[in-house]
Design a protein around this ligand. Structure first.
Ligand SMILES: CCCCCCCCCCCCCC(=O)CC(=O)SCCNC(=O)CCNC(=O)[C@H](O)C(C)(C)COP(=O)(O)OP(=O)(O)OC[C@H]1O[C@@H](n2cnc3c(N)ncnc32)[C@H](O)[C@@H]1OP(=O)(O)O
Ligand SMILES: NC(=O)C1=CN([C@@H]2O[C@H](COP(=O)(O)OP(=O)(O)OC[C@H]3O[C@@H](n4cnc5c(N)ncnc54)[C@H](O)[C@@H]3O)[C@@H](O)[C@H]2O)C=CC1
Length: 310
C-alpha cells in the first residue's frame, strides 16, 4: 500500500471494542525512538517524542527530518509540491518534551524506547502509570527484557504489551507484538491495528527471552564474536562470508556495530544473569573492552569497525 494510502486507511481502521490510537508518546529519541516517532508521524498520528534534554531532542528531530527527506525522494519523485507538503505536515505532527509524565497526560499509546535497563524502565513506567489517563496503553520496545518484569511497575497489566520494532525502523517491515497473559483482547487488537497503521507486518509473540527474532539472532551474533575472539577469522571475512554465503544484508559483526555495542552488552549481561547455566551467554571480553572505551559502534564512529565522523 502507498504511503498516502496508509494514512487514509488509518482514518477508517478503528472498529468497535478497541481504542483508535491517535496520539502516541515515544519515550527515548535515540536510534529506535526517533525511527518509531518518524513512522508514526508519517502515517498520520500525532506524536510527542521525549528524551532527557532539548539538545538530544533537537538532534533526533533533525535526524528524522533527514530520513523523511529520503522517503520524499523515493515516494514523491515526480511531485515536488506533494513531497514538500508531506514533509511539512509530518513534521507538524511531531512535538518534543523533556518531561515524560507531562507528555503522557493526553495520549492513547506510550511506546518506551529508552536504555535497555530494567530498573530505569520500571522507574519510568511507574511514574507514567500515575500521570497517564486510564485508557492509555503502554508498550515497551525492549530487545531482551521480559515485558512482564517491566509491566509489574504499573497497575495496568491489561493495558500493557510489547511493540518490538527493528532497526532501521523506517525500512524494516516487521513488528513483533508481544502479548502477556494479562493483556486484554482490546489492548492486543489496538496494538496490532497500530502496527498495521504504521505500515508494518505484525507477528504475535509470547513473552519469552528474545521473543522470536532475537532468540535466533542474538546467539548467531554471539557465535560470530566468539569466532573473532578465537582468531578463527577476521571481522571482514566473517561479514563477507555471511553476506555472500547466506544472503544476509549485513554481516553479524557490522550488525552488532549497527545495533550499538552498549545495547548488545546490556542484552548479553542480562541474559547471562537470568540464564547463568547457558555458556552461550557468557560475557565477551572483546565486547566489554570496546564498550569500556566508549566504542559503541556506528553511533559513536567506532566499534568493531571505524566509521566516518557522525
Ligand atoms: C559475544 C558477545 C557479542 C554480543 C552480541 C550481542 C548481540 C545482540 C544483538 C541483538 C540485537 C537486538 C536488536 C533488536 O532488538 C532487533 C533488531 O533491530 S536487529 C537489526 C535488524 N536489522 C537488520 O538486520 C538490518 C540489516 N541491514 C539492512 O537491511 C541494510 O543493510 C540497510 C537497510 C540497513 C541499509 O541498506 P544498504 O543497501 O546497505 O544501504 P543504503 O544506505 O543504500 O540504504 C538502502 C535504502 O534504505 C534507505 N534507508 C536506510 N536507512 C534509512 C533510514 N533510517 N530511514 C529512511 N530510509 C533509510 C536508503 O535511503 C536506501 O533507499 P534507496 O531507495 O534504496 O536509496
Ligand atoms: N538498537 C537496536 O538495534 C534496537 C534496540 N531496541 C531496544 O530499543 C531501546 C532503545 O534502544 P536504542 O534506541 O538503540 O538506544 P539509544 O541509546 O540509541 O537511545 C536511547 C535513548 O533513550 C534516552 N533515555 C535514556 N533514559 C531515558 C529516560 N529515563 N527518559 C527519557 N529518555 C531516556 C537516551 O538519552 C537515548 O537518547 C532498548 O530497549 C533496546 O534494547 C529494539 C530493537 C532494536
Amino acid at each position: 500500500m502507498s504511503l498516502m494510502g496508509t494514512v487514509l486507511k488509518r482514518s477508517f481502521s478503528s472498529s468497535a471494542g478497541r481504542a483508535a490510537i491517535k496520539h502516541v508518546t515515544v519515550i527515548g529519541g535515540g536510534l529506535m525512538g526517533s525511527g518509531i516517532a518518524q513512522v508514526a508521524a508519517q502515517t498520520g498520528h500525532d506524536v510527542t517524542m521525549v528524551d532527557m534534554s532539548e539538545d538530544i531532542l533537537s538532534k533526533s528531530t533533525k535526524y528524522i527530518e533527514k530520513n523523511l527527506t529520503r522517503v520524499v525522494k523515493k515516494k514523491f519523485k515526480d511531485d515536488a509540491e506533494g513531497g514538500e507538503k508531506f514533509l511539512r505536515e509530518t513534521m507538524a505532527r511531531l512535538s518534543t518534551n523533556t518531561d515524560a509524565n507531562n507528555a503522557a497526560q493526553k495520549t492513547d499509546l506510550v511506546i518506551e524506547a529508552i536504555v535497555e535497563n530494567l530498573d530505569v524502565k520500571q522507574k519510568l513506567f511507574s511514574g507514567l502509570d500515575k500521570a497517564a489517563p486510564q485508557h492509555t496503553i503502554f508498550a515497551s520496545n525492549t530487545s531482551s527484557l521480559p515485558i512482564k518484569d517491566i509491566s509489574v511497575s504499573t497497575s495496568r497489566a491489561d493495558r500493557f504489551g510489547g511493540l518490538h520494532f527493528f532497526n532501521p525502523v523506517p525500512i524494516m517491515k516487521l513488528l513483533e507484538v508481544i502479548r502477556l497473559p494479562e493483556t486484554s483482547d482490546a489492548t492486543f487488537q489496538s496494538l496490532m491495528d497500530f502496527g498495521q497503521a504504521v505500515g508494518k507486518t505484525t507477528v504475535e509473540a509470547k513473552d519469552t527471552p528474545g521473543f522470536i527474532v532475537n532468540r535466533l539472532l542474538v546467539p548467531y551474533i554471539m557465535e560470530a564474536v566468539r569466532l573473532l575472539e578465537r582468531g578463527d577469522a577476521s571481522a571482514r571475512d566473517i561479514d563477507v562470508a555471511m553476506k555472500l554465503g547466506a544472503g544476509y544484508p549485513m554481516g553479524p559483526i557490522e550488525l552488532a556495530d549497527y545495533v550499538g555495542l552498549d545495547t548488545c552488552k546490556f542484552i548479553i549481561d542480562g541474559w547471562n544473569k537470568s540464564m547463568p547455566d547457558n555458556p552461550l551467554f557468557n560475557p565477551s571480553p572483546m565486547l566489554n573492552k570496546l564498550v569500556s572505551e566508549e566504542k559503541l559502534g556506528v553511533k559513536t564512529g567506532e566499534g568493531f569497525y571505524k566509521y566516518g565522523k557522525k
